[in-house]
Design a protein around this ligand. Structure first.
Ligand code: AKG
Ligand code: FE2
Length: 510
């Protein structure tokens, strides 16, 4: 994660939706699903109508048939009946054939086609499965708890079916995380033992069990895998899919006999429970309580503060870090979120000089020029008052919305190493990070090296200095955004550049 920096230029436009990366994108996806539901409802109604026509015709036919069955000869000897019989078979049954053949739900099928391009892609699917796993590992959650809607100790009124559970497991399997995959695959098997999926969505128990066995094989637990596979009763008589699974299983078993005889079960001792990193401790809220420093009204940074002092809490003296309270109002926060929502794009990180969408930063964002709207102007003025810095030639405000498991791995906001020399010479002296809402669970900003942990709270703003007095990056300010568990996290940041501060900043001997 080292050397990941925030970038300056606009992220490139792309056809990808990156649905899981922000909550507004997810809302549009939910609205799309509502349309799919009503489309399916239209289809069911059309089916029902057809069914009703057939049923009521059948009812009338049944009455006639009952009459005729009593004495067929007598029935046809009546010209009223015989005429009708001939006429029906001459014409009506051809009409019924046409009616029954008529394709149903053409319109609804067209709807499917029309929306095909809006559906999440394989990339979306693996991104959100990764996000789930990120939440799981960061907060040390059990697969079974998550699947039943128990998140970090809080029970939510929701749960997963076997397909959800299996998809997470399969994604882990595909990325080589076999041990974690197994936990989910077992959960999926348990679900399938107890419930049923709608037939067209079918997920075969055998499919899941085979993936489970394959994971065991990857972990070199050959005899466990063999035992599991031998216990499977695959009924291949019915369909070709099962026959395929049966053949696959037999082949794996043949190979396993070989393996088991040469190398029995590896004793799986590699569960070295290494102690969690400082980052993980921070995200889990396990940093030691730091000595309460002090809170005060800041009336002095700029003359304006004498009129409107700001509530300020000092979190750390060295490096200096303060948390301001109530520096933006709910109304301002709402306005900013609304301005940003329609124009959010995936955020990027810098990799060797180019901006790339990356797993270490899963969020969407947008940059607002200083004069974009009155509210942006006003907030820039407030930042100048809070910090006392000259914001000329500083960066635009960047508004960021985090989605499912949205996070930003440990990084420094300063430029370093191979960065462009212009950037190195006008480095980011300070960061101001505003929180636009509370987050129900997760989403803390953590500073692993100085063991500070800040929970998002509407109206709060965190201010810290990224550079040492010498102008060199202060590595102690490396920080991260922990994955959001529940809630939608919105922030905006202002990166303040150093060059313009030459009149303000006192000289230092070093
Ligand atoms: O969202 C956060 O808590 C931190 C964001 C951050 O570090 C950044 O955008 O540079
Ligand atoms: Fe940052």
């Amino acid at each position: 994660i080292d050397h990941m920096r925030n970038v300056l230029s606009e992220p490139e436009q792309s056809g990808e939706q990156y649905y899981s990366m922000s909550t507004p994108g997810l809302v549009s996806l939910l609205e799309l699903e509502f349309k799919f539901i009503s489309n399916m409802n239209d289809y069911a109604n059309a089916l029902e109508q057809k069914l009703q026509v057939l049923r009521s015709a059948l009812n009338a036919m049944d009455v006639e048939r009952a009459k005729a069955q009593l004495d067929k000869m007598q029935y046809v000897s009546n010209p009223i009946n015989s005429f009708s019989l001939i006429r029906r078979l001459h014409r009506d049954w051809k009409k019924w054939q046409v009616y029954m053949e008529q394709p149903l739900g053409k319109e609804q099928m067209a709807f499917f086609e029309q929306h095909r391009h809006n559906l999440p892609t394989d990339k979306d699917m693996s991104a959100v499965a990764d996000a789930i796993h990120r939440i799981q590992t960061t907060y040390f959650l059990e697969a079974s708890d998550m699947a039943s809607g128990l998140l970090n100790g809080k029970q939510y009124n929701t749960s997963w079916n076997a397909l959800d559970i299996y998809t997470v497991g399969k994604n882990l399997y595909n990325t080589g995380k076999y041990k974690d995959a197994i936990k989910w695959l077992i959960e999926a098997i348990e679900w399938l033992k107890r419930h049923q999926l709608p037939a067209p969505l079918g997920l075969q128990m055998t499919t899941v069990q085979l993936d489970y066995a394959q994971s065991l094989i990857q972990l070199e637990q050959y005899s466990d895998a063999l035992e599991l596979l031998q216990s499977l009763h695959i009924d291949e008589s019915s369909d070709p899919e099962m026959l395929g699974l049966k053949n696959k299983t037999d082949e794996i078993i043949r190979n396993l006999y070989q393996l088991v005889s040469t190398s029995p079960n590896t004793i799986n001792n590699n569960s070295t429970t290494s102690s969690p990193s400082s980052y993980l401790l921070g995200c889990r809220g396990k940093f030691p309580a730091h000595p309460k420093l002090y809170c005060k009204y800041n009336k002095t940074t700029t003359p304006f503060l004498r009129l409107a002092p700001l509530k300020m809490e000092v979190l750390s003296l060295d490096p200096y870090m303060t948390l301001y309270h109530d520096v933006i109002s709910l109304r301002e926060a709402t306005e900013i979120k609304e301005l940003a929502t329609p124009i959010l794009r995936p955020t990027t990180v810098d990799r060797n000089g180019s901006n790339v969408v990356s797993k270490v930063r899963t969020a969407k964002g947008v940059w607002f020029a200083d004069d974009y709207k009155e509210v942006i102007q006003r907030i820039n003025e407030r930042i100048a008052d809070m910090t006392g810095f000259n914001l000329t030639n500083s960066e635009k405000i960047q508004v960021i919305s985090y989605g499912v498991g949205g996070h930003y791995g440990v990084h420094g906001d300063y430029f370093e190493g191979q960065a462009d020399s212009n950037l190195l010479h006008d480095n980011r002296i300070a960061t101001v990070l505003f929180y636009l809402n509370d987050v129900e669970q997760g989403g803390a900003t953590v500073f692993p090296r100085i063991k500070r942990h800040v929970l998002p709270r509407l109206g709060d703003a965190l201010l810290w200095y990224n550079l040492l007095p010498s102008g060199e990056p202060d590595l102690r300010t490396r920080h991260a955004a922990c994955p959001v568990i529940v809630g939608s996290k919105w922030i905006f940041t202002k990166w303040i550049r150093v060059k313009e501060q030459f009149r303000i900043r006192p000289c230092h001997r070093d």
